[in-house]
Design a protein around this ligand. Structure first.
Ligand code: KDO
Length: 331
């Protein structure tokens, strides 16, 4: 099976989900149902990749049942739901994992991961094996694969030029609700404020927040450009997600089914990564066309401050001995 998205796949995400739903109706009695919950939209690249490639890869024995826009579980509650047997899958993040397993906060540090290739190599190495095993042992959740989610940039209202962290003083920057995200906002120099992903558009529209940070493909998918004026290319976090899967469901599968689940997860994640990389490359001109100012600040000033703050933080006390050096050494 091809692992790249065709334009038809992207455009037919809704159809693909509908077809998956019909298949579910006809064959549900023979197959297990894999319920997945995410705050992401149905048109998000991750959603589309999973609804097509992952769903196809497991279709002999499982029905993939995605729930979007936080409609099944609230953002950040999915891992506990999986651990308790109430959910089968989610698209999780290092920040959500760090809430439950402090060692994982190393992957929430700004300016640490260098991009999709670095991520893939780190998680294919012993580092990935050890850190995935920790999640399995401590949480009863199996991480199947890593996928690039895009590099996070600042997206703000107003025309104040942001060149260094000092320029963000007093800027009410929405960051997702966990400590790890709030710390990143502070490290950037802003005044971070938590808000659920599904409320960000309205928050920007009403001026309850001055800005938010997300990768460019997400800014487009959620139409944040309609309610903001500028994108500052800080590149502060090469963001990544992980496909989380219930360990008890996994243990109930045959070895052949486990292989199929793993292959489907890796194929989908590789295709999602590629589509996000391709999309990021095209988006600066898209946002400029929408009337936004897009510019690069003094990235070294941001990097220096952010890295220093992480090294001096309480988070770093929980990082496994030598892990930072091992991550940095992965070429
Ligand atoms: C967000 O809330 O800004 C964020 O981008 C954080 C990510 O880790 C991820 O959870 C994402 O939201 C959701 O999947 C929605 O796209």
């Amino acid at each position: 099976m091809s692992i790249s998205f065709s334009r038809r796949f992207v455009l037919s995400a809704v159809t693909a989900t509908a077809v998956a739903g019909m298949a579910a109706g006809a064959l549900a009695q023979d197959k297990i149902t894999l319920r997945m919950s995410t705050p992401a939209t149905e048109t998000d690249f991750r959603s589309v990749g999973l609804a097509t490639i992952f769903a196809d890869g497991v279709s002999d024995f499982a029905v993939y049942e995605p729930h979007y826009n936080d409609t099944l579980f609230k953002q950040g509650t999915e891992l506990v739901a999986i651990a308790r047997g109430n959910l089968d899958m989610s698209i999780t993040s290092a920040q959500e994992l760090a809430k439950l397993i402090p060692e994982w906060s190393i992957f929430t540090a700004g300016y640490l991961m260098r991009g999709p290739e670095h991520q893939r190599k780190v998680f294919e190495s012993d580092i990935g094996k050890e850190m995935f095993q920790l999640v399995e042992d401590k949480l009863g959740v199996k991480l199947l694969s890593v996928m690039y989610f895009g590099t996070r940039q600042l997206n703000l209202r107003g025309d104040k030029v942001i060149n260094t962290p000092e320029d963000l003083k007093g800027v009410k920057l929405r960051m997702p609700g966990t400590d790890a995200w709030q710390f990143l906002g502070k490290a950037l120099g802003a005044d971070p404020t938590p808000m659920a992903f599904t409320e960000v558009y309205t928050g920007l529209q009403t001026g309850a927040i001055d800005g938010q940070d997300n990768p460019l493909p997400t800014d487009k998918d959620k139409k944040f450009y309609e309610v903001t004026d500028q994108i500052v290319l800080t590149g502060h976090l090469a963001d990544m997600n992980f496909l989380a899967f219930s360990k008890s469901v996994w243990d109930g599968l045959t070895p052949e089914q486990q292989d199929a689940v793993m292959k489907a997860a890796k194929d989908a994640s590789a295709a999602i990564t590629q589509s996000i990389v391709d999309n990021e490359a095209e988006l600066v001109s898209f946002f400029e066309g929408e009337g936004l100012k897009v510019y690069t600040p003094d990235v070294d000033a941001f990097r220096t401050r952010v890295q220093k703050m992480y090294l001096e933080s309480d988070f770093s006390k929980d990082w496994p001995e030598g892990m930072l050096e091992r991550i940095n050494a992965v070429e």
